[in-house]
Design a protein around this ligand. Structure first.
Ligand code: BYC
Length: 471
C-alpha cells in the first residue's frame, strides 16, 4: 500500500474516507506541532537536515533521503500491509481470526499497553532535546535528528490507534501523551527510564543501544498481537527502530576505538591519563553501560507478573518471534526463577517478562562481543560486561537488593560503599560533560570519538549532513 503524501496527514489507512477520524487527528496535529516546537530539538528548526522519510511500507521503498527542516517532516500514519486471513497464534484463543476492532473485555488493557508504548516516544525526544548543542559531529547530529523525527512518528502511530479505536477516552489519552513530560515532578513519563536525563552523547549511545533495544523487543511482542491494527503498526515501526540501535552500537564502538587509539598513543591504560587526553577510559564506559542496561532491564516489568500472563493468554501481547517457539499456550509449563529468597517454580505464563528479558540480554551481548574483540585485538585484558540482571533493579523480585554487577549479594554497607565503582559518580558525569563540545565543521569529529566507518546512504562521512543556516 503506498503512502498518500498529498494529504495533510500522510497515511496509508485511507484517512480521506473517514472524515470523523480525519477531523480528530487534524485537531490533534497542531497540538503535536506545538509540543515539537516546545519540547523537541532545541534551536534547530531552521536547519536543513539530511533525513530519510518513509515513502512506502514494503521492504524496499520505505526510505527516501533528502534535506528537510524538521518541523516540515511529514509525520503520518503508516501500517504494514495486512496479512490475509491472519489468525491468533498464541494464548487461549489460538486459531480464531484476529480482531479488527477492540473487544470490549480487553479495551482498558489494550489502551494501557498502547498508552505506555506511546508515552515512551515523545519522552525520548524530550530527554534528547538539548543534545544538538554538544554534538560531536554533523554526522551524529543528523542521526540524532533522524531518531527524533522517527520517535515523533511512532507517537503518531500510537495516537492513530487511540483515535481510531478508543473513542473519546482515546482522544483524551492522546492529549495526555503531550501533557506528561520527561522528568517533570508533577506529570512525569510513565516508565522510569524515560525520566532519566540524557544530557551527554555517551548516555545517548547507551540509551539507543539498551533502551531502544527494549523498544525492539516490546514492539516485536506487540507485533504478535491479536489486535491486528496494533500488530501492523508495530511491524512498520520496527523497520525504523533498527537505525536507532545502529546509532547506539556504532556510537559505543567508536568511543572504544578512539579510547584504544589514545591508550596506544600514550602507552597506558591509566584512566587519569586517558581522561587528561580527552578520551573516555574503558572503566568509565563500563559504568555508563551498567547504568543504562540496568535501567532498561526494568522496562520488562516484574519477573513474576500476572499482567504478562493475562496479556499472553488473551492474545494481546506475545513473545518476540512467537512462531519460533513450540508451545504457544504455555498452560502446563513452569520456569525456575532465581529470587532473593531462593529458586521459585513459577507458571511459565507468569514468567514471560523474564523470558523476554533473557532473550533481550542475549541480544545485548552481541555488541559487547564486537567491542571486546577490538579491545582484545589492541592487546588489553579488560573486557566490557553486561551487569547481572539482579543489579540495581527498581522493579520486581530484586528491587533494592544490594547486588553487585557480577550478581553477588553483598551487605547494604558494602553496596553503598562501592556503588561509585559501578555507576557514574557526579565527578564522572562532570568529566563526560566536559568532553561534550559542539563540533560542526563537515567531516570533523570530537576528540573523544572515532569517525564512523561510512556515511549515511553511501555519502561520505564529510558530507554536510546538517546545514545549520543562521542557527
Ligand atoms: N517503570 O506486572 P508488572 C520504546 C509498572 S521502549 C515504571 O511488573 P507488566 C522506546 C507497570 O506498568 C518500549 N513502572 O509489569 C525506546 C504496572 O503498573 P500498573 C516501551 C513500571 O505490566 C527508546 C506495574 O508496574 N513499550 O519503545 O507485565 C526510545 C506492575 O507491572 C515499570 C512498552 O513498554 C517501569 N520500568 O510489564 C523510544 C510496551 N515496569 O498497570 C521508545 C507496553 C513495570 O499496575 N508496556 N511498571 O499500574 C508493557 O507491555 C508493560 O506495561 C511493561 C510492564 C512491559 C512496561
Amino acid at each position: 500500500m503506498t503512502i498518500d503524501y498529498a494529504e495533510k496527514i500522510p497515511n496509508n489507512v485511507n484517512l480521506a474516507n473517514d472524515r470523523t477520524l480525519q477531523r480528530a487527528l487534524e485537531h490533534w496535529q497542531p497540538h503535536f506541532l506545538q509540543w515539537w516546537h516546545e519540547m523537541g530539538p532545541s534551536d534547530f528548526a531552521q536547519a536543513d537536515v539530511y533525513l530519510r522519510t518513509a515513502t512506502s511500507v514494503d521492504a524496499q521503498g520505505w526510505a527516501q533521503y533528502g534535506a528537510v527542516k524538521m518541523p516540515d517532516y511529514r509525520w503520518g500514519i503508516f501500517l504494514a500491509d495486512a496479512v490475509a486471513d491472519r489468525r491468533i497464534h498464541f494464548g487461549d484463543n489460538i486459531g480464531q481470526p484476529v480482531w479488527q476492532q477492540v473487544p470490549g473485555e480487553h479495551r482498558s488493557t489494550l489502551r494501557r499497553l498502547i498508552v505506555t508504548q506511546g508515552d515512551t516516544e515523545p519522552a525520548s525526544v524530550e530527554q534528547q532535546r538539548l543534545l544538538g548543542h554538544s554534538c560531536p559531529s554533523l554526522y551524529d547530529l543528523r542521526n540524532l535528528f533522524q531518531i527524533n523525527v522517527e520517535e515523533g512518528r511512532h507517537l503518531w502511530a500510537m495516537v492513530y490507534l487511540l483515535h481510531a479505536y478508543f473513542g473519546r477516552d482515546g482522544r483524551e489519552e492522546a492529549e495526555e501523551l503531550l501533557a506528561r513530560h520527561s522528568g517533570d515532578a508533577d506529570k512525569p513519563r510513565i516508565l522510569t527510564t524515560f525520566n532519566e536525563p540524557i544530557s551527554d552523547w555517551l548516555s545517548l549511545y547507551c540509551f539507543t543501544y539498551f533502551t531502544d533495544r527494549d523498544g525492539k523487543y516490546q514492539l516485536k511482542s506487540l507485533a504478535e498481537s491479536a489486535f491486528d491494527p496494533l500488530s501492523r503498526t508495530c511491524r512498520f515501526m520496527l523497520t525504523e527502530e533498527a537505525h536507532h540501535m545502529f546509532v547506539g552500537e556504532t556510537g559505543i564502538g567508536r568511543v572504544v576505538k578512539r579510547t584504544l587509539e589514545v591508550m596506544k598513543q600514550l602507552g597506558t591504560d591509566d584512566p587519569a591519563r586517558i581522561r587528561a587526553h580527552g578520551a573516555v577510559d574503558l572503566p568509565l564506559l563500563q559504568k555508563y553501560l551498567n547504568f543504562w542496561c540496568s535501567s532498561s532491564l526494568d522496562l520488562f516489568g516484574s519477573e513474576i507478573s500476572s499482567n504478562a500472563a493475562a496479556n499472553f493468554a488473551a492474545g494481546l501481547k506475545g513473545r518476540p518471534d512467537e512462531s519460533g517457539y513450540e508451545d504457544h499456550v504455555l498452560r502446563d509449563k513452569t520456569l525456575d526463577l532465581q529470587t532473593p529468597q531462593g529458586v521459585e517454580h513459577v507458571p511459565m505464563l507468569n514468567a514471560l517478562n523474564e523470558v523476554m528479558r533473557d532473550s533481550y540480554l542475549k541480544d545485548c551481548e552481541l555488541g559487547l562481543r564486537r567491542w571486546n574483540r577490538a579491545i582484545e585485538r589492541a592487546g588489553h585484558a579488560l573486557r566490557l560486561r553486561l551487569p547481572s540482571a539482579h543489579f540495581r533493579r527498581s522493579i520486581g523480585a530484586w528491587v533494592n537488593q544490594p547486588v553487585t554487577p557480577e550478581g553477588k549479594l553483598v551487605s547494604q554497607e558494602e553496596y553503598a560503599k562501592r556503588i561509585g565503582e559501578w555507576l557514574p559518580t557526579e565527578s564522572d558525569r562532570a568529566f563526560v560533560r566536559s568532553l561534550m563540545q559542539k563540533v560542526v565543521a563537515p567531516g570533523k569529529m570530537a576528540a573523544w570519538l572515532a569517525p564512523p566507518e561510512r556515511g549515511i546512504n553511501n555519502l561520505p562521512v564529510e558530507y554536510d549532513y546538517v546545514k545549520l543556516g543562521s542557527e
